[in-house]
Design a protein around this ligand. Structure first.
Ligand SMILES: Cc1ncc(COP(=O)(O)O)c(C=O)c1O
Ligand SMILES: C[C@H](O)[C@H](N)C(=O)O
Length: 354
């Protein structure tokens, strides 16, 4: 075998992130179908408008749709479109905007400040948002102008429609635009078992960053403006930020595959089901504490240090920087039941040996 050939799979990384999964069959089929013949570039191909129409149909709402390479770009550019440099953006203290985008939102907005609201299991609550908005009205305070909600959250929880309605109503009362980080929006739809448009209406979302990579695309996210006025010059923002793909068809055609026959929802349900199985199994083990409700596809657990060491020796790879030292086990469309049971067995072995 070619010594340079990459391993078909890096063992033990399947729970590190849903980003570690490959492209799902439906997305790959869409990609390969788009590879036939030539198409105009920069979004003028036949696939890109078709995906935009399919998303309008899926949400049942009129909207403008754009496609970018990743979620940090989607969030940073979407938030920047909602505010001026002297504004502030309210998000949860654990928001990806704050913790994992390397200052992207601040950079692309020209200086808008993130104001961090305390969260409960990763979820914002109206009082903490209201406090940040009303805390000061003087000229020295960056004027709050955007509320960013992550659905499902960075800690694997999902806002109910009522919780979203409370936040959306408060946002509009306080004069805030609503951005939704929907990197794992599909998992929230699967968990709530509601039409996607219901989530948008409840939170009165102005702009949604819809995750594609985490639900089975090889690459790419959609930025969907339900407040179409905000989209006016967004294409220029994308171009200037290096987010306008010349061969856009390869970003968009996989969406057609993913959105066919509700494959996206099937994959989200699978990831959620695997996380639920893992969470249930872990909760049965003494000394293991599941820290947040496993509403979607992530399981956060506090593990004894000995277990971390054992899992590392067994080759398991996962993040501990997101849940403040706890382990995050993230499930995806590709998570096999056997993988879940193997991980559970490995944790169980070391727990019972203590
Ligand atoms: C909640 C959340 N938002 C956005 C993103 C997008 O990040 P990336 O720029 O890695 O695609 C991620 C990570 O994958 C995420 O977990
Ligand atoms: C944390 C990292 O940035 C990525 N969003 C993930 O969830 O794996």
């Amino acid at each position: 075998m070619n010594g340079n050939a990459a391993a078909k799979t890096q063992p033990g990384c399947q729970f590190a992130s849903d980003n570690t999964a490959g492209a799902c069959p439906e997305a790959l089929a869409g990609f390969l179908e788009a590879n036939e013949g030539c198409q105009l570039s920069y979004g003028n191909d036949a696939y890109t408008p078709a995906v935009a129409d399919r998303l309008r149909e899926l949400f049942g709402l009129d909207c403008d749709v754009y496609f970018v390479f990743n979620g940090t770009a989607a969030n940073s550019l979407a938030v920047s479109t909602c505010c001026q440099p002297y504004h502030s953006v309210i998000c949860a203290d654990v928001a990806h905007l704050e913790t994992d985008e390397c200052g992207g939102p601040e950079f692309f907005s020209g200086g808008a400040k993130l104001l961090l609201a305390t969260s409960v299991h990763g979820k914002l609550e109206v009082p903490s948002v209201e406090e940040l908005v009303t805390r000061r009205t003087d000229i020295h305070y960056p004027k709050p102008h955007v509320l960013s909600i992550t659905q499902s959250t960075e800690l694997g929880t999902v806002y109910t429609l009522d919780e979203l309605a409370e936040l959306g109503t408060a946002a509009k009362r306080l004069g805030l635009k609503v951005h939704m980080d929907g990197a794992r929006f599909a998992n929230a739809v699967a968990a709530l078992d509601v039409p996607p448009g219901e989530i948008i209406r409840a939170a009165q979302v102005d702009v949604l960053c819809l995750g594609g990579a985490k639900i089975g695309l090889p690459i790419g996210e959609a930025v969907i403006f339900f407040n179409r006025k905000l989209a006016a010059d967004f294409a220029y923002r994308c171009k200037q930020a290096g987010q306008l793909a010349s061969k856009m068809r390869f970003l968009t055609a996989p969406w057609l595959g993913l959105l066919s026959n509700d494959a996206w929802l099937k994959h989200a349900r699978h990831g959620n089901a695997m996380a639920h199985r893992l969470s249930t199994g872990l909760q049965r083990l003494p000394g293991v504490e599941v820290l947040h409700p496993t509403d979607a596809n992530a399981v956060f657990v506090a593990l004894p240090e000995q277990v971390h060491r054992h899992l590392a020796e067994r080759g398991w790879r996962y993040y501990t920087f997101i849940g403040r030292g706890s382990a995050r086990f993230m499930c995806s469309w590709a998570t096999a039941l056997a993988d879940v049971d193997e991980l559970l067995a490995d944790v169980s072995v070391v727990i019972s040996a203590r």
